[in-house]
Every structure is written in C-alpha cells, then in structure tokens.
Design a protein around this ligand. Structure first.
Ligand SMILES: *Cc1c(COP(=O)(O)O)cnc(C)c1O
Length: 394
C-alpha cells in the first residue's frame, strides 16, 4: 500500500512550509546596516564604491557597477551596448522575463532561441542560426546557477555577450569566475538570490568606458554624483544623456559587502545539498536532475528536476500541488518567455517557436535549496519527492 499523500488527507512530510529559497542574514549583516543608518550617508555614499570594489575583486572583473536591481542591471547593460530600435538581441527563452524586457526597454527586439534539453542552457547552434545582420548582441543566462558553454557561444559569434548571471554568483567556468565570462555580466540581489540586499543589482565588466556609461545611466545620465559635488563644494552638474534613478543605497551596499564575505561558504553548502539530492534521485526512474557539465562549478541557485512522462501518470501540476501539500515549497522556473502574452501580442511569438524549452517547461520543478537549509530539511524534500513520485508512478 502506498503512503497516503497529504493532498488526499494523509500526514504531510513536514509541519511547516519549506520555501524554495530564502535569505540568510546574520548578526554581522545587521551590524553593517545599523552602522550606515547612524552615518551621514544613506545613499550614494562611501559604501557604494566599497561594495563595487569588493564585488570586482570577488569576481575578478575590473569594474563593478551597483544598481537598484537585476532588471536595472540588464537595462544598463543594453544601454551600454547602445541597443536601439531596429536592433535584435538574442535571448534564450528559458529565463526570467527581465532578460528580454531589458532589450524592449531600449526599443530593440529580443530574438528567442531554444535551449539544450539536458541543461536548459542556451544552445550555441541555435544562437548561430539566429544571428542576422540586425543582431547587435547575444544575451545568455546561467540558468539555475550553471555557467553556460561560453567557449561554444564565443565560437559561433563575435558579437558582445551579455551574461545574465543572476543565478550564478559564486560559480565558475574552467578557471574563470562567473562575472568575467560575458563582456557585461549582470547580477540580482533580490531576497531569494545567492547574495541578498532585499533589492539590488550589479554589472561587472572589463570595459572601463562601459562602466562609466552605466554609472552615469544609473544617475539620470548626470555626470558626477551628489557626494562628489559636496566634496568639491560645487553645485554644478550636467545631464549628458537620458538616464534613470537606478541607484543602490548605502544601506543595501553595506549589507551587500557583509553578504559577499559569505558567498563562497554558502555556495559550497548549496553544492553539498545538491549532491545529496543527486545521490537520492539517481536511482529513480520517475525523474532526472538536469545535467551539470564537467568544466563548471555550479552555483545552484536552483535545483531543477525533470519529471519523466513515460513513468509518471499525472502532469507536473499535480506533482507540484502534491508536493506543496507535503509542505515542500516547490516552484517552476520558468514559463518560456516567448509564451508570455506580452511577447505573443507585441512580437508575434508563439507555441512551437522553441519546442525544447516548451516541452521542458511541462516537466520541470525547482526543489527547495538555500544555504541555511538543514540536512533534515533536505531529507524532508527527498522523502516527499519519493513519496509523491511513488504514488503517481505508472
Ligand atoms: C532575478 C532575475 C532577474 C531580475 O532581477 P531583479 O533583481 O528581480 O530585477 C533577471 N534575470 C534572472 C535570470 C533572474 O533570476
């Protein structure tokens, strides 16, 4: 007799919901924020530069530019590349909508490409096939935290590469850290991401001109900032181009500096939990984890499994609800962007454009994975996945 599922009135595997991700905040983080709150600068003060320097050193990039969120980081990157009306930018469809939206903010057209079925990372052959005379840049996404195959991407195109590395801080590719793999690399510090400042973002690059342009862009297109003017005893400033208020506060930058010190240890902890999952799921025929390439260190922002429709008799949604009832906070990343109503209406994208991503979308689930999870939490996830998949096995 199979164990009765919680969704059918059985006892859930755990009593409280385990979220798919959550921030880790310690006393040092709290002290860092409190210090700034008592200082002269709540925003655009010394902590911005300190965070940028620390982030550049951590990733190995020459420049880091702090902005208000990951979407602003993508927008600033597209601005620095001068994406404009009439330009195409290649975007893998298996991503959060913001990767494509940033192209649209600039008046450009995102050209969606399909992904590799094993990793759900952009397929270099599909990128090659999509490049035309209108293509100005290629965006790639280090989906789930695994750096994509940058050598293969560079081999098929000499265009600038924007790496959406929002999942991948702490990861690496060969000998190179995430943050140095694209010409411009974008990060998010949203609460669920590997480094959390509530909201926040960063772009890394080795191009000093691009960095200067992005610093101006985040401050209305104005040269210099408030603190520089105060130090010079001057009121004068000029707006050189249209920008936005995409500044990150000193409060958030102080939290970011404090969080950054723990990224390496927390990445290692997520990798440890991912290994437990890999081992537990290796013997199951109802699902398979995504594949990790041998030449990468996977940062595991997400742990994604793929259900096997040949052995599971219900759709992903029923497995999702059954696991939620067991108090396992599973999630789905992502609806392929080209299927969103906005893109269908505005750009004429449709089902069938990216069949690999569309099929994967029907079968994927993100399991809880974050650094402060206990081994017992991980055991709960494994037990619940086994229980639910056993119940619904064909
Ligand atoms: C989180 C995320 C973003 C957007 O970041 P925000 O800080 O929420 O604006 C963009 N791309 C990917 C892949 C993300 O995961």
């Amino acid at each position: 007799m199979p164990v009765p599922l919680a969704i059918h009135g059985g006892i859930p595997v755990r009593g409280t919901l385990l979220p798919y991700s959550r921030q880790s905040i310690d006393d040092a983080d709290v002290r860092a924020v409190t210090e700034v709150l008592k200082s002269d600068w709540l925003t655009t003060g010394p902590k911005v530069n300190d965070f940028e320097r620390a982030f550049a050193i951590f990733t190995g990039a020459q420049e880091a530019v702090a902005v208000s969120n990951g979407t602003a980081a993508l927008h600033a990157a597209m601005h620095a590349l001068d994406i404009a009306e009439g330009d195409d930018v290649i975007v893998p469809t298996m991503t959060f909508a913001a990767t494509a939206n940033a192209v649209v903010f600039r008046g450009g057209t995102p050209v969606f490409v399909d992904v590799d079925p094993e990793t759900l990372l952009a397929d270099p052959a599909k990128i090659k096939a999509a490049v035309t005379r209108k293509t100005k840049a290629v965006a790639v996404v280090d989906y789930a935290g695994q750096p994509c195959d940058y050598d293969a991407v560079r081999a098929v195109t000499g265009l600038p590469v924007v790496a959406d590395a929002c999942h991948a801080l702490g990861g690496s590719y060969g000998k190179k850290n995430v943050g140095t793999l694209g010409d411009l690399n974008t990060f998010s510090f949203h609460a669920v991401k590997p480094l959390a400042t509530g909201e926040g973002g960063m772009i890394t690059t080795n191009d000093a001109d691009c960095a200067a342009r992005m610093r101006r862009f985040r401050n209305h297109g104005i040269t210099g900032d408030h603190r520089e003017r105060q130090e010079k005893g001057s009121w004068f400033y000029e707006m050189q181009e249209l920008g936005y208020n995409y500044r990150l506060t000193d409060i958030q930058c102080a939290l970011g500096i404090s969080q950054l010190a723990k990224v390496a240890a927390r990445t290692a902890r997520r990798q440890e939990i991912a290994k437990k999952y890999d081992t537990a799921f290796a013997k199951m025929d109802t699902l398979a984890p995504l594949t990790t390439r041998p030449d990468v260190s996977h940062a595991y922002h997400l742990y994604v499994i793929r259900l096997n429709p040949d052995t599971v008799k219900v759709a992903r949604d029923e497995i999702f609800h059954a696991l939620r009832a067991e108090n396992i906070g599973v999630n789905v990343h992502y609806i392929p962007v080209h299927l969103h109503p906005f893109y269908r209406k505005q750009f004429g994208t449709k089902a069938g454009d990216c069949p690999v991503a569309e099929k994967a979308y029907e079968e994927i689930l993100s399991l809880p994975l974050f650094a402060s999870m206990t081994d017992a939490d991980a055991e709960n996830v494994i037990e619940a996945v086994r229980k639910v998949c056993a119940f619904y096995r064909k």
